[in-house]
Design a protein. Structure first.
Length: 107
């Protein structure tokens, strides 16, 4: 009787990630599809307002533009993993900030 193949588990290696450009994202839009969640990340720069004319121009435009950076489709399971990863990262960041402010060592 042949041996049953064992699943192969390997760590992921992010090769080339440091070569990608870094973009600041402060605008987010999420759309739900039947098999995926679409995450849109963008950058929105506050408008320069130097006069009443600038305010009127913005009012007539009716919106503030967002420069799209990336649109990602992610499975519902992938979304759960992303949420968990973001929550863990946020906790670690808060601990780091406390340590940098002299409130104790990072944990």
């Amino acid at each position: 009787m042949p041996d049953t193949p064992q699943p192969l588990e390997l760590e992921s290696a992010w090769i080339g990630a440091d070569d990608l450009p870094v973009n600041f994202a402060n605008a987010f839009a999420i759309t739900i599809g039947p098999n995926a969640i679409f995450l849109n990340l963008g950058s929105q720069v506050p408008p320069a307002i130097g006069s009443e004319g600038d305010v009127e121009r913005l009012r007539s435009l009716g919106y503030l533009p967002v420069k799209p950076i990336v649109r990602v489709a992610i499975s519902p399971q992938g979304l759960d993993e992303l949420i968990q990863g973001l929550q863990n990262t946020r906790k670690q960041h808060k601990r780091l900030l406390k340590a940098l402010e002299g409130e104790g060592p990072p944990q």
